[in-house]
Ligand binder design. Structure first.
Ligand code: SF4
Ligand code: SF4
Length: 247
């Protein structure tokens, strides 16, 4: 009979001990949240998904070069002088069209190394961490705001400008070659020959101080003797100087 009541008491006691733990945790603050209905506030400097403000991007490629996993792809097109792309928010002049700015966030390791090199502070890490996708390709974020037509137009315009510039330079070179017979005549003989024509060189007596440059050419020009005529003219100027100084 006594054993019966002892077992009864032990049963009640163990239930009370278990309920004690339950009652104690019933009034302690909860440490879990009902995600995704409730979300924790991330630290201010949390590194999550990247964002690029294309209004400030100048296409300098600094962020791409800093990325250790090459997950940033940038393509740019030079603007022609007649186009004003405006300024960034920090006052930097934009000279390039950014036709492509892709970040493969699936490769990103959230190191944050791409952020500090940016001169216009337009690439930054946000607190967005919910961007899972079923298709891996959807993790490639394209930030460029240019349409295909705008890209083609910018490329065509640049190609036309470069062609025009090349033609202008060629025309300028041609006119320079034809209009300036005196200057090229002096240059040509120096390369080939023209020993007698070197007499105009003596007017440079003030350079004897730079004698080291002349002896350097003398030994080299063994067969091209015409090159030497310029050198003897210098020592001639030095000779009179020495006698003058001695007395
Ligand atoms: S956070 Fe790191 S890995 Fe991600 S894009 Fe920037 S540099 Fe590359
Ligand atoms: S470093 Fe900044 S400005 Fe330069 S390409 Fe990257 S995001 Fe654009």
């Amino acid at each position: 009979m006594g054993r019966y009541f002892r077992n009864l008491w032990e049963g009640i006691y163990t239930v009370l001990v278990g309920m004690k733990v339950t009652w104690r945790h019933l009034f302690t603050p909860a440490v879990t949240i009902q995600y995704p209905d409730v979300k924790l506030k991330l630290p201010e400097r949390a590194r999550n998904r990247l964002y690029v403000n294309m209004d400030d991007c100048i296409g300098c490629d600094q962020c791409s070069m800093a990325c250790p996993v090459d997950c940033i792809t940038i393509e740019t097109i030079k603007s022609t002088p007649d186009v004003d792309l405006g300024l960034t928010s920090v006052g930097t002049k934009k000279r390039l069209y950014v036709s492509r700015f892709d970040i493969d966030i699936a490769k990103c390791c959230y190191c944050g190394l791409c952020v500090p090199p940016c001169p216009t502070e337009c690439i930054k890490m946000t607190d967005v961490y919910e961007f899972s996708e079923y298709n891996r390709k959807n993790l490639i974020y394209s930030f460029s705001v240019m349409t295909r037509a705008e890209i083609d137009q910018a490329k065509l315009k640049l190609a036309a400008y470069e062609k025009e510039e090349a033609a202008r330079k060629a025309a300028a070179a041609a006119t320079r070659a034809t209009a300036g017979p005196g200057a090229p005549a002096k240059l040509a003989p120096s390369a080939s020959s023209g020993a007698p024509a070197r007499k105009p060189l003596p007017p440079l007596p003030s350079r004897p101080a730079s004698t080291p440059a002349k002896p350097a050419t003398a030994p080299v020009g063994q067969p091209p003797t015409p090159a030497s005529p310029a050198e003897p003219s210098v020592p001639k100027t030095e000779a009179p100087d020495n006698p003058d100084t001695k007395p």
